[in-house]
Design a protein around this ligand. Structure first.
Ligand SMILES: [Zn+2]
Length: 402
């Protein structure tokens, strides 16, 4: 009796696994035929036909019929049903929350930014955030049962396994995931912002099936996301990628983490901002000098804008920061031998002003034999990388594809 039950359970797991694999192959390939699926999964054609039939009945897969091709035989092509379900992505930013929805095929069907500020009182902040998410969902007029999961991207320390976020919304008694699920009535996954952006670029951005990809989030801070052997790398507790706090410089600058000389103190938007203000205070001239003298606050965006308007001081600082970033990346290249490094975050909006010094320093400091394999590209999704990544993570995790 026990053996029979065990066998039944095993069969159930095998069925679920095969269906997940079929969905995964449809995600990777777009459209696929029964014989391609049979070959890729190493199972018989009748078995594939049976499970494909079930997935079609369940509404996850479409039969697109016979497609024209060069050869004589025209197999039926199967692919994901875009309307099988929707996934919501939420990214918390400094003063706003960005929300997007994708369909089952990962096409973005909505993308919207709303004002939102995290206040000190965590529970009040969580309630308010859920209100903003609920009204976004209501506006899309998507049936509740079609929303399969919500992914939330948050900066700082996030443990996706335990569901706790430590830098924002930390409530000791209950994991954030549970608090959100109770209020939203949907399955919720949380993720660190850089890792969400990494996954977004990997699945729907500049990534092109590379097995090893590093994503650099050069914004106010400096984050690193890693795809190693085709999978997001988390580390034991989901805290991997705290590259900005790599002890690098022998300087006297206190990092926001409380330590001294972190990489972020020389390579990040906050470093660009601090150095720019220091230079102005020392009497250097810039197109922002008047604003500085007037006592008005200068933002990082003001400085990045000045770079694009060819302000010499702003360009000099960006070059110097880019050079240090390239040197730091040379270390990562020597360590990981990556196929692709993606430059993302707000500093990447300065394009060649960042890319050229980065490449020059990589050439100078990395081992040529290792770095010749590495392509350096800008993020394709730009400021949407995080929110699209949060949607895709919700899809990947709820379908057990990750
Ligand atoms: Zn630090």
């Amino acid at each position: 009796m026990t053996t029979t039950l065990f066998k039944q359970a095993e069969e159930k797991n095998r069925t679920a696994l095969l269906k997940q694999q079929i969905i995964n192959l449809c995600i990777q390939g777009g459209g696929t035929s029964i014989s391609e699926l049979s070959k890729a999964l190493m199972v018989s054609v009748p078995t594939v036909t049976k499970f494909l039939g079930e997935l079609i009945d369940e509404g996850f897969v479409y039969d697109f019929g016979k497609q024209e091709n060069a050869g004589g035989r025209q197999p039926n092509i199967y692919g994901l049903n875009p309307h099988a379900g929707y996934f919501i992505g939420v990214e918390l930013r400094k003063k706003t929350v960005q929300m997007a929805a994708i369909n089952f095929k990962a096409q973005v069907v909505a993308n919207r930014e709303e004002p939102y500020l995290v206040s000190e009182d965590s529970m009040e902040s969580i309630d308010r955030l859920c209100g903003v998410i609920r009204s976004f969902i209501a506006r899309q007029k998507l049936p509740a049962e079609k929303i399969l999961a919500i992914g939330v991207s948050i900066s700082g320390r996030v443990n996706p396994e335990s569901g706790y976020s430590y830098s924002y919304f930390f409530v000791e008694e209950q994991p954030l995931v549970q608090l959100l699920e109770e209020r939203l009535g949907h399955r919720v996954y949380i993720e660190n912002d850089t890792r969400a952006a990494t996954y977004g670029e990997y699945m729907s951005g500049v990534g092109n099936n590379e097995k090893t990809m590093l994503y650099i989030n050069a914004s106010w801070g400096l984050g690193l996301g890693m795809i190693l052997d085709g999978k997001l790398f988390y580390g034991k507790s989901g805290f991997s990628g705290e590259y900005g706090h790599f002890p690098m410089f022998d300087n006297e600058v206190i990092c926001r983490c409380g330590k001294r000389g972190c990489l972020e103190t020389g390579v990040s938007g906050s470093a660009v901002h601090r150095i720019f203000l220091e230079r102005l205070a020392q009497g250097r001239i810039s197109m922002l000098s008047d604003k500085f003298r007037s006592g008005a606050a200068l933002s990082l965006d003001d400085i990045l804008d000045a770079v694009l308007k060819e302000d010499v001081l702003a360009i000099e600082i960006m070059e110097s920061v880019g050079h240090k970033l390239g040197k730091a990346l040379a270390g990562l290249i020597n360590m990981f031998n990556p196929e692709l490094i993606v430059l993302g975050g707000t500093l990447a909006t300065t394009r060649d002003y960042l890319m050229l010094p980065v490449k020059s320093a990589i050439n100078k400091y990395s081992l040529r034999m290792v770095s010749k394999d590495t392509q350096i590209k800008f993020s394709r999704l730009g400021e949407n990388a995080g929110v699209v990544g949060a949607c895709l993570l919700a899809r990947g995790k709820s379908l057990h594809l990750l």
